[in-house]
Design a protein around this ligand. Structure first.
Ligand SMILES: [Zn+2]
Length: 257
């Protein structure tokens, strides 16, 4: 069995000091590769360094909406300098978060706009973070010409209607451990019917440990196996089938070798 964790934060404080152990446990759980996600310019540089030091890690670079208020002059240039690195497979995570509003909305929108103008000229898939901000996120993506380009709404927790709108723009969603939580009934209904050819999995570790390790902190890529197990059962397929399907989809979406 081979799984890929398509979204983790290996450079986060909770995981960065124990990456060797985290990746060993990932391999033991059947996880062959992890895509580690940068959240600001410094983090993106750390992700690229890490991904270059290991054959089992790729990375995505961008500014998370939570960090939008702290973007300094030159940060976009620092990101742009990383673009051609062979370990970079996507741009993001970028987007809007109106649930936490850790950065004010004007900064979030400005930094999203800057990144989309930059990313539109590049040939990379986009990793989007969108929380309670679907209309504005969709409008920004469409304005920058991302209709029918490879875009994934990571850690999707929206409504069936939003999932439909995402699909109609040619975009995708991916599922974290949230889908395994008992009260995630709407999300489970979406995941049950989600098309085979688009299904992708992620941990978003160190956050969001899935059931039955929900109490374990930090979450780590090995735990994507629990989400895979849950989804296999939900969709009535074997874990091997689900693993093969999601790995192939993730490889194709991110253009992994
Ligand atoms: Zn994330």
């Amino acid at each position: 069995m081979q799984l890929i964790d398509s979204h983790a934060h290996l450079t986060s404080k909770a995981l960065s000091a124990q990456v060797d152990g985290v990746m060993r446990r990932a391999h033991d759980a059947g996880v062959s590769h992890v895509i580690t996600i940068g959240c600001d310019a410094s983090d993106a540089e750390a992700c690229v360094r890490l991904a270059n030091s290991r054959s089992d890690v790729y990375c995505s670079i961008g500014v998370h909406p939570h960090e939008a208020g702290k973007v300094a002059d030159g940060d976009m240039d620092r990101l742009a300098r990383l673009t051609d690195d062979a370990s970079v497979v996507a741009i993001g995570e970028l987007g809007l978060d109106y649930h936490y509003d850790f950065s004010d909305r004007a900064s979030q929108m400005k930094v999203l706009d800057l990144q989309l103008s930059w990313a539109a000229k590049l040939d990379y898939p986009l990793v989007v973070h969108c929380r309670e901000a679907y209309d504005d996120t969709e409008a920004a993506l469409v304005e920058h010409g991302f209709e029918d380009r490879p875009v994934v709404f990571h850690c999707f927790t929206g409504t069936e209607d939003e999932a439909r709108r995402i699909a109609s723009n040619g975009w995708r969603i991916s599922f974290t451990g949230i889908v395994t939580f008992k009260n995630s009934t709407e999300l489970q209904a979406i995941a049950r019917a989600y098309p085979d050819e688009h299904l992708m999995l992620e941990t978003d570790s160190p956050y969001l440990s899935p059931t039955p390790v929900r109490h374990v902190r930090p979450n780590e890529p090995a735990h994507v196996a629990h989400t895979a197990q849950f989804l296999a059962k939900l969709r009535g397929v074997s874990i091997e089938e689900l693993a093969a399907l999601t790995s192939a989809n993730t490889r194709a979406f991110f253009g992994l070798p």
